[in-house]
Design a protein around this ligand. Sequence first.
Ligand code: ASP
Length: 585
Amino acid sequence: MHRSNTCGELRISDAGRTVTLAGWVQRSRKMGGMTFVDLRDRYGITQLVFNSENDQSLFEAANRLGREYVIQVTGVVAERSNKNSNIPTGDIEIIATALNILNKSDVPPFTIEDETDGGDDLRMKYRYLDLRRPAVRKNLELRHRMAFEIRRYLDSKGFLEVETPVLIKSTPEGARDFVVPSRMNPGQFYALPQSPQTFKQLLMVSGFDRYFQIVKCFRDEDLRADRQPEFTQIDCEMSFVDQEDVLQMFEGLVKHIFKYVKNIDFTEPFPRMTWADAMRLYGSDKPDTRFGMEFVELKDLTENSGFAVMDDAPYVGAIVAPGCAAYTRKQLDKLTDFVKRPQIGAKGMMWVKLEADGSVKSSVGKFFTDDQLKGWLERGNARPGDLMLILAGETMKTRKQLCELRLEMGSQLGLRNPQDFSCLWVVDFPLFEWDEETQRYYAMHHPFTAPNPEDVDMLDSNTGEVRATAYDMIVNGNELGGGSIRIHDSELQDKMFRLLGLTEEDAQYKFGFLMNAFKYGAPPHGGLAFGFDRFVSILAGLDSIRDVIAFPKNNAGRDTMIDAPAEIDDSQLDELCIKVDIDEK
Ligand code: ASP
């Protein structure tokens, strides 16, 4: 071994020991006849001292060390006179007796410290240096810890980790596939899995009644905020279960992780909310329940006022922001600008203030009496000093806008602390989603999701109203994961494909293998998948999943460090029988 100890290990109780450390030179300071070097490795930082009085040539060698040199040092652990309480090794230093330069380093493009990172582009180009920074390293340590605890929990429940192939055929998650040309089958392509969905269902047919896999998935999507083209799922499936069994099992997993990784004990069952309630109360199927501020519907109280904005709108909804009656004109204008942003798209915002003395003030005071306005405030349980913010318009659109406004107010009021965790299940999702553009139904989850047994009769007559046995786990307004009970009956699966506009040939071509398998005794089954990257980032208190991935891609889907994607040789293209014509595009 190159070292007897790590750079994070030695304490005052080790004083007098001769040790050997190896690591990177974080920085060095020369003070008179002494040179101090901070030596860093994965475990911490230890101060080395080179004293010219002890050894002049060693002292001179130390003075030639540059940042990020890799060195090996032998010396004696000594108590420090100038202790540093900020680091665990701050009580000691190593009086160096030997120095061995293992490797030199060019001057790095940014200093390897928590606070300085040289900006995003540089960080990603030199990701291997960025990963030396403790702040980034910590995230990968957390990721490891979580993966380990996930395996421990699932193993204890009898789940088998089974790997599924990466070169496959299109999967049903609804995004664009990444494809891989096949040299041996010219003109044919594999698709990379958007998830192992079909394989895990086949494993159920094979009798592996409890499956899981921590697995890479690939979706070729435009990288909206915080998506990665390749990401990791905790993919799970169980046989002989109904929805309740699945929810219990994986609520258990989430609680296990919180307990053993974050030391947070959730003793109560996670709340459950129907999709319909989530939309009605929060305008979102992934409500942030760290705070209340639920929607208040006012339509019936605003009718026939002569105020067209409200009269003509099918929906009038509000939130009550506690203690915000003191908001100034300027603050209110800013909120109006916020909801009018193109991404949000509201036409305007109305407000009512319930002043501390009980009087009301409103942007729509011209159209409504004080008593009417007080009626609104009462419905919203507003207290003196509160502010009601109101949007009106088409129902679903306005709910989504109000959702953004609610989140903004939550942030402004400091109610979205990343160290608070609020988990819930959203259940009873609709089975289908109508798409105006293509004038057809899409599966809201995926085409293998079973309808709620109570609604099966409505499949033809009231398709849009049919509920699915699908569920999502939400944490702090993020979809941590989701899944469903599956269809295991080929007839019902056939019908589902038809409702989704797939011809028999289409269905056969895409999912024939699964349909066939279902003819040989498919057990009832269901499962879910958690977004592992998201799970880690939530527990790390981070907004971005990029920071918990060792080598992530940028917003253009590029890895700027290895410079991928890249062109390939003509000879390779020839072999694959592929002609590239970018101009055409
Ligand atoms: N395969 C699904 C997904 O990736 C999860 C599931 O239904 O288990 O969203």
